[in-house]
Design a binder for this molecule. Sequence first.
Ligand code: 5AD
Ligand code: SF4
Length: 470
Amino acid sequence: MNAPRKLHIKSYGCQMNVYDAQRMVDTLARENFVETDNAADADLVILNTCHIREKASEKVYSELGRLREAKEDAAGAGRDMKIVVAGCVAQAEGAEIVRRAPVVDVVVGPQSYHHLPDLLRRAARDGRAIETEFPLQDKFTSLAPPQPAAIRARGITSFVTVQEGCDKFCTFCVVPYTRGAEVSRPVAKIVDDVRRLADNGVREITLIGQNVNAFHGEGPDGKPWPLGKLLHHIAAIQGIARLRYTTSHPCDVDDSLIAAHRDLPALMPYLHLPVQSGSDRILGGMNRKHTVADYHRVIDRFRAVRADMAFSSDFIVGFPGETDQDFAATLALVAQIGYASAYSFKYSPRPGTPAADMQGMIDAATMDQRLAQLQQLIDSQQSAFNAGCIGKTLDVLFEQAGRRAGQLVGRSAYLQPVHVMASPDIVGQVLPVTLTGLERYSFFGDLPAEHAPVAASHRDHASLTATTGA
Ligand code: 5AD
Ligand code: SF4
């Protein structure tokens, strides 16, 4: 067998890109590619791109500039380096990428990356290959499943795609164009994926989709299952300690989802529920299909079934036509809800979306000022939420060694990183931790006595016997 070829993959943007990148690695593993951290050393470099805002998109072209030099250096050393642009910029800009950056060998959209091995062969033969179709065939059936060793190397938390694409057509958003129409995977396929992950040590699953709670995949009974029913089913899989899902739309919260939060201890009481704006006028212009009052009602439904529920959100400031009054309404909404964290962005016109042609663009200075004001409010809410956790005992799922010797780090239900001194065998366990300190966004805490670190004299003794026994 030939020596393995080296693959370097860099992902931008959302969690689905992280997931897609792993599936590309799994699929190319069948072609004898192994991952490397070093792009300069690679035979194949894949940029898995994001098109959501202009800044994200432009990063691709600056990275391609750097890669051109790496490719020339490789050629100088007699090595052929292939460069692939995948993801949503590939989908949106297609052949334009090759015109702007002739260094690119393959352009492949997010619905066709299962054809990567073929596209690489085509590029080797023809000099270049571009595929940005939305094939009818389900890409998941042709993607290689991850090998047990790859699952273990990736740790105890994992994403699983359950739904892709979006039919909501918010007027600012490229997703319905780059990811395509909304499609849900069948329940049986998702369950197979979760079982494989759980069998190889994964304890926490985050179900992902562009509009994940629009999920309506075919169940084993032949009927479409809502997300809440899927969550009930997956919670019963041996080894799964925690479940999350993202990203949700307020209009698609149904009774099954509320029931899942009420009934499933494994389902974490932390929800990312973007609202984008606190002004009904702007929500209308955004085609969000809900009002501020609707959003409050949805939040209240979650809180009614789980008192410990916390929320995060996305906001856009400076949407076309946004007045001081509209922006004040956003601040008022944030103040009323009280978020554990939130993301906020300046509106970025995206070619081909309806909002890009709207009147009333907001000037840069106003955008900057609104963003700073909103972020300050969100930061203060996050700080208050975190400060309120000090002294509490929260369940923590331990993920890996911390930066300091003897330290382990895990996450609370609210995704807060929590550090404790403990033995490494607690990785993968959910344990109660009393939170004692907070540094920026990281907590320190104490485990119950039985899990406290082994005393130094014991440790020395243990390592001595281990060495002599070998
Ligand atoms: N400009 C600014 N922010 C945007 N988002 C989506 N499209 C745009 C845009 N054109 C934000 C939304 C979305 C998040 C993923 O990115 O807040 O929820
Ligand atoms: Fe984009 Fe989300 Fe709106 Fe769909 S629901 S169009 S993904 S912002």
